[in-house]
Design a protein around this ligand. Sequence first.
Ligand code: URA
Length: 286
Amino acid sequence: MGKSELRRLAGALKHFLSEQDEDEFITTPAADATPASAAGVSRPANPKAMQEGSTLTIDFRRQTAPAATSNTTPMMTTAQKQAALAELAQTIKVCSRCALGATRLNAVPGEGNVDADVMFVGEGPGYDEDRQGRPFVGRAGQLLDKMIVAMGLTREQVFIANIAKCHPMVDPQHPEKHGNDRAPNAGEIACCRKFLEQQIAIVCPKYIVALGGVSAKALISDAKSLGALRGQFYNLNLDSVQLPRPVQILATFHPAALLRNPNWKKDAWKDLQMVMAQLGLKGPAK
Ligand code: URA
């Protein structure tokens, strides 16, 4: 790598690291992460530092086998993708397959460029997303926007979705409360899985960035910790559809975790750079 390339990457890293915010989801600080291991997989010094997924004691591995080849979704035209996603969004908006359908204000199907090379998948809508019906519009979303820009992309160029489409609340009796967010449970994830799989098959991005442990475990179908899953690409296999072309998935930190632990941003940046390298992205234009 030449000096100018190094300078440009350093500039993009500085830009990314310069943004530090509080996040309304987060109430307790967590421990630091260690630098990347020789294998390129970053692990926390203290395994409990990966608290972002630590409330998850559930094994998210899927029970069903990946889809049969006969169920292959064809690669669609842009117009076909838009129509298919719009129809799917309508189905999601009236879904009541799990209890979250009764307490949500708005379902949050996802949004973005139907021809995106990169799809980001979070865990589930929070307070702001529930109100607006759009993914990642709160403080974590503002950081996600910055991560996207640091990669040399814009929000309009990517697709953003969630594992769960409705707001999982700690106290569903009080949707007006702040700090009432929780990760979706295994049943909720299972109910929404088909929706996400259809979105992925329709958009068929080249890369999916799984944001956080819930998303990574659900999509990579592995109960390993986020720390163990990070640092390498996986071939995505879906339950309900066979993808029209291979899709690679990479796990990184959830932006809400980065707001809580800004020192993890360096490792998140390394993850994003792996995708950038594959796509020939050079970071933001100067
Ligand atoms: N966190 C998520 O995982 N998804 C959102 O849409 C917002 C916050």
